[in-house]
Ligand binder design. Structure first.
Ligand code: FES
Length: 147
């Protein structure tokens, strides 16, 4: 076990984890942040997307040992922390019914957030590319070493 310190939705967090434990498990099972969903659990679908230092990353492929000093934002961090009001992107998803079964909606919101942070006026192709299930696998890890 190792103590790992990072920021989660603008709050300091310390977790005691095996360094190879997947971020999705840390978020959901240790910290109770269940907004981040698990789809493929293999870095392919984007359902688990979170922001790490403003980049869209696959939490299912992110080992907890890589979180030291990082700034992580999950879907729970998008709404106003004081009154829970949804942000403009969440309201837009809601208004347009931008969900299918809903399991990937948090990942789509996080991917869209990352896109808008780097490009506030994306074109159609850039939106489609960003929401195509793409998240960064950090780093390529041997799956057999991940609990
Ligand atoms: S759960 Fe599919 S990319 Fe992580």
């Amino acid at each position: 076990m190792k103590a790992v310190n990072f920021r989660l939705n603008d709050e300091p967090v310390t977790v005691h984890v095996e360094p190879a434990r997947r971020m999705t498990r840390v978020l959901r099972e240790q910290l109770g942040f269940t907004g981040t969903k698990v789809g493929c659990d293999a870095g392919d679908c984007g359902a688990c997307t979170v922001l790490m230092d403003d980049r869209a990353v696959c939490a299912c492929m992110l080992p907890a040992g890589r979180l030291e000093g990082k700034n992580i934002i999950t879907v729970e961090g998008l709404a106003n922390s004081h009154d829970g009001e949804l942000n403009a992107l969440q309201k837009s998803f809601l208004h347009h019914g931008a969900a299918q079964c809903g399991i990937c909606t948090p990942g789509m919101l996080m991917s869209a957030t990352a896109l808008l942070k780097r490009n506030p006026k994306p074109d159609q192709q850039e939106v489609e590319d960003a929401l195509g299930g793409y998240c960064v696998v950090v780093p390529a890890i041997e799956r057999s070493s991940m609990p």
